[in-house]
Design a protein around this ligand. Structure first.
Ligand code: BES
Ligand code: MN
Ligand code: MN
Length: 463
C-alpha cells in the first residue's frame, strides 16, 4: 500500500477541495424544499465514484431519494467489501446559531483540531466520512493496489430512517452480496485514542399530542377551571422517570441485555474524563440513571428523552392564553434485546394511562430501529484493529456507541454478514448541531486507514 499512501499524501489538497464542493450542496433529506439538491448530491457522488474507477455506477431510484451504486470486481474468488454511507444530512436549524453559513464550508482551527477542521452541515455526518471511502478507493485504483472486490452503496435517506434502503437491500440482495459491510459513520474516543464501534443503540420514536378544550381560551376567564394541556403534558412526561432517572414504563426493561460485571469493568476502563465532559458542556453535573457510569448510560442502557415540545404562545412578549393542545417528540434509545415495536406499544399504553379525563391523548409512532452489536473475535474486527494500529500507532479500543444506524441490523439480516463500524469523527464534532465540523486530521487519517483495512481483510479472509 506504499504507492497508495504516497498518492494520498500527494493529493491531500485536491481531496479536501472536492469535499468542500460536496458540502456546498444542501442535501437535507427531511425537508422537501431541498429535494433538487439531494438529487444533485447523489449525482455528485455517482460522478466521483466513476472518476475513481468504479464500474456499473448507477443511481437507483427508490420511492424516496436514489441509492448510489458502483463496484469494482477484480476477481470473483476474492472477498468483497460492501461500503455503506449516506450523502443526506440533517437540517441546519437553528441556523442563527451557526458562526458561518452551514452550506458554505470554511476551515478553522480549534483546540481539539489544531490542524484545522472543516465547518459545514454534513462535514462529519456523513459526507466527510463517506467521501473518505471514495478517495481511498481512488488511491488504491490509481496505483493498482486494490486487494479485493468492492461495492459501494451510498444512500440519501439515513437521517430519515432508511426505509427505502431496506427495500432496496432486499430487492437487490444478489447484486449486493458481500463478505462484510464497511462504514464510517461513528466516532473515535479522541484523536490520540483510536477506537472501533462495536455496538449501536436502537430507537423508538413517538410524537404525542394532548388536547384539552376545543380552542385556545383566555387564561383569565377560563384559567383555574379548564385543564391546561401544556401543564398536563409536563406532568405526564415527568412521570416517565422515577427519582433514580429510571424509566417507569411497565415492562420497559424486561428484555434489556444484562452485561456481566467483568464486561462492565472492561468497558469502564476506557479513557473518560468526567470533569472535562462536564466542562465541555458547561454543566455542573451529569444527571443520568443512578447506578451506572456515563459510559454505561450512553451505551448499554436505554434512554427516554423529549426531543422537542410545543404548545401555547411562544412569540414575543406575553399573551395570556390557555392553549387548546400541547405536543412533544420523544425518543427512546434501545439496547439489545429490546424491540422497537414492542417498546413503542408499551409507551403508548402507559402514556395514555397517565392522561387525566380532562384531555385526550394521541401517540403517533415514527420510524424506529434495531440495536446492533458486533463481536471482536472475528476477521473483520481484527482487520480493522490492525489497520488502525498501523495509522495511529496504537491498538484501538472496542467501544459501544450511543447513536443509532438502524440499517446496520438489517445488513446482517439480509446479507448475513457483519458490519465494521470504522468511524473517525469525534463526539465533540457537533453532528446534528450548529457548527458541525470534521477535523482535517480525521479526514486524512480515515483515507489512510481504509486501504489498510482492505489489505488486512483480504489477507485474513483468505487465510
Ligand atoms: N451517524 C449517525 C449515528 C451515530 C453518530 C452513531 C455518532 C454513532 C456515533 C447517524 O447519521 C444518525 O444520526 N442516526 C440517527 C438515527 C436515525 C434513525 C435518524 C440517530 O442516531 O439519531
Ligand atoms: Mn450518519
Ligand atoms: Mn446523523
Amino acid at each position: 500500500m506504499q504507492q497508495t499512501q504516497s498518492y494520498i499524501t500527494a493529493n491531500k489538497e485536491k481531496f479536501l477541495d472536492e469535499l468542500m464542493d460536496l458540502l456546498k450542496i444542501p442535501s437535507v433529506s427531511a425537508d422537501p424544499a431541498y429535494s433538487e439538491d439531494v438529487h444533485k448530491t447523489a449525482q455528485f457522488v455517482g460522478d466521483k465514484l466513476k472518476d475513481a474507477g468504479a464500474d456499473k455506477v448507477q443511481l437507483f431510484q427508490t420511492a424516496g431519494y436514489p441509492v448510489v451504486y458502483g463496484e469494482k470486481i477484480i476477481d470473483e474468488s476474492l472477498p468483497t467489501i460492501l461500503v455503506y454511507g449516506h450523502y443526506d444530512v440533517q437540517p441546519a436549524d437553528p441556523i442563527e446559531l451557526w458562526d458561518s453559513p452551514p452550506f458554505e464550508p470554511v476551515i478553522k482551527k480549534t483546540a481539539v483540531h489544531p490542524d484545522g477542521a472543516i465547518f459545514a452541515r454534513g462535514a462529519c455526518d456523513d459526507k466527510g466520512q463517506m467521501y473518505m471511502h471514495v478517495k481511498a478507493f481512488q488511491a488504491m485504483m490509481a496505483n493498482d493496489e486494490l486487494p479485493c472486490n468492492v461495492k459501494f452503496m451510498i444512500e440519501g435517506e439515513e437521517e430519515v430512517g432508511s426505509e427505502n434502503l431496506g427495500i432496496f437491500c432486499n430487492k437487490y440482495a444478489e447484486m449486493l452480496s458481500c463478505d462484510v459491510v464497511l462504514l464510517s459513520d461513528t466516532s473515535i474516543i479522541a484523536n490520540d485514542v483510536p477506537s472501533i464501534t462495536i455496538g449501536l443503540r436502537g430507537l423508538s420514536y413517538v410524537e404525542v399530542e394532548v388536547v384539552g378544550p376545543n380552542r385556545d381560551l383566555h387564561s383569565g376567564v377560563y384559567g383555574g377551571a379548564v385543564g391546561n394541556p401544556v401543564n398536563i403534558l409536563c406532568e405526564m412526561i415527568s412521570q416517565l422517570k422515577d427519582e433514580n432517572n429510571a424509566i417507569t414504563i411497565p415492562g420497559f426493561y424486561d428484555d434489556v441485555e444484562v452485561i456481566s460485571e467483568t464486561d462492565r469493568t472492561k468497558m469502564n476502563a476506557a479513557p473518560f474524563d468526567l470533569d472535562h465532559y462536564q466542562k465541555d458542556l458547561d454543566i455542573d453535573t451529569v444527571d443520568g440513571e443512578v447506578g451506572y457510569t456515563v459510559l454505561e448510560q450512553t451505551s448499554i442502557r436505554p434512554t427516554l428523552d423529549v426531543n422537542g415540545m410545543w404548545g401555547g404562545y411562544i412569540g414575543e412578549g406575553a399573551k395570556t392564553v390557555l392553549p387548546s393542545k400541547a405536543n412533544a417528540k420523544i425518543s427512546m434509545r434501545l439496547v439489545p434485546n429490546q424491540e422497537p415495536d414492542k417498546i413503542t406499544a408499551l409507551f403508548k399504553e402507559y402514556f395514555e394511562s397517565l392522561a387525566p379525563k380532562s384531555v385526550k391523548v394521541t401517540v403517533t409512532p415514527h420510524h424506529g430501529g434495531m440495536p446492533a452489536v458486533t463481536p471482536t473475535d472475528t476477521v473483520e474486527y481484527q482487520a480493522a484493529s490492525l489497520a488502525m494500529k498501523q495509522t495511529y500507532g496504537k491498538d484501538p479500543i472496542p467501544q459501544r456507541s450511543g447513536g443509532s444506524i438502524p440499517i446496520v441490523a438489517l445488513f446482517e439480516e439480509v446479507f448475513g454478514v457483519k458490519s465494521v463500524l470504522l468511524g473517525f469523527g469525534l463526539n465533540s464534532d457537533a453532528i446534528h448541531s450548529p457548527n458541525e465540523h470534521y477535523g482535517l486530521f480525521n479526514y486524512y487519517k480515515g483515507i489512510e486507514t481504509i486501504p489498510y483495512f482492505y489489505q488486512h481483510y483480504a489477507r485474513l479472509k483468505k487465510a
